[in-house]
Design a protein around this ligand. Structure first.
Ligand code: SAM
Length: 264
């Protein structure tokens, strides 16, 4: 998968060089490029923002630098701009248009639909994701509308709160999506039974020692009885979900009699 991120703080994305995502980039599983929006400006101050039409507090990100950056990513960008991107990890060379279909442009915004595991799964099979990290009050709506002619446009919130910029939101989504790509997580089995994978939260987990500060691991987990352990774990998932996120239960189907008894 190819991932492009545009930001006025490309250094923010350096964390993606670490751990499993960094390894996936090193191994060529992910082709991750971070672009500095200011490199698509031509004035002395590399201006990316201006005051809002209609008045009000804060500044708005100007349309033109965004259009130039996005055109560059599409492969039709301004001459010379190809030298400005910062590649995280692997050396990927010049930009190329997406192999198949239109790239998906994710515009982090608290005013977007809320990102979740289903969306992460959907995005994990895409060829090319582009993240447009807003700052200030956000990005001029006209360039967002314009981008819908060239990209599969996906405004996306990571939750009902307001951050200072789209970088952290993009990193959240990149991490959630990337770990679903085959080859990013060493053991793909660790992706099953995870919270939100099938609508339930994960069961409580334990490791050695079996007794710690007078607290014992539930005995069933030491029994070696795999069927009983699986049942115990499902029961705890049901209980925890009902307790912490009862809203998730509405979307569950395939509950058997035992499941329903646990939830009563
Ligand atoms: N004026 C905007 C509003 O009220 O909807 C908020 C702008 S916010 C201060 C600046 C940038 O942070 C946004 O353009 C977006 O990129 C990012 N951002 C803030 N909260 C976010 C959230 N919950 N999810 C995704 N991105 C967010």
């Amino acid at each position: 998968m190819k991932i492009d991120v545009v930001s006025i703080f490309p250094e923010y994305l350096a964390g993606l060089q670490l751990s499993l995502i960094g390894k996936a980039v090193d191994q060529g599983v992910l082709d991750l490029n971070v672009h500095d929006l200011r490199d698509f400006t031509f004035d002395r101050h590399s201006t990316v923002d201006d005051s809002p039409y209609g008045g009000g507090a804060g500044m708005v990100m100007k349309a033109e630098p965004w259009a130039l950056a996005l055109e560059h990513i599409l492969g039709g960008g301004s001459p010379g701009a190809a030298s400005v991107e910062q590649t995280v990890g692997a050396d990927t060379g010049d930009e190329e248009p997406a192999a198949a279909g239109r790239p998906i442009l994710i515009v982090p915004s608290p005013a977007g639909p809320v990102f979740n595991q289903r969306i992460a799964e959907e995005l994990s099979v895409a060829d090319h994701l582009v993240f447009a990290c807003g700052r200030y009050e956000g990005i001029d709506q006209r360039v967002i509308d314009w981008s819908g002619e060239h990209f599969d446009l996906r405004p996306m919130s990571i939750g009902d709160y307001v951050l200072n910029g789209g970088e952290v939101a993009s990193m959240v989504m990149i991490e959630a999506v990337s770990r679903l790509i085959p080859g990013v997580i060493g053991n793909p089995e660790s992706l099953t039974e995870e919270s939100h994978e099938d609508g339930l939260l994960e069961y409580p987990i334990y490791t050695k020692p079996a007794s710690w500060r007078d607290r014992d691991v539930p005995e069933i987990l030491l029994s070696g009885n795999h069927g009983a352990i699986a049942r115990w774990r499902r029961d705890r998932r049901l209980e925890r979900t009902a307790d912490v996120r009862p809203d998730l239960l509405a979307g569950l189907d395939g509950l058997d009699k035992h499941d329903r008894a646990i939830l009563e």
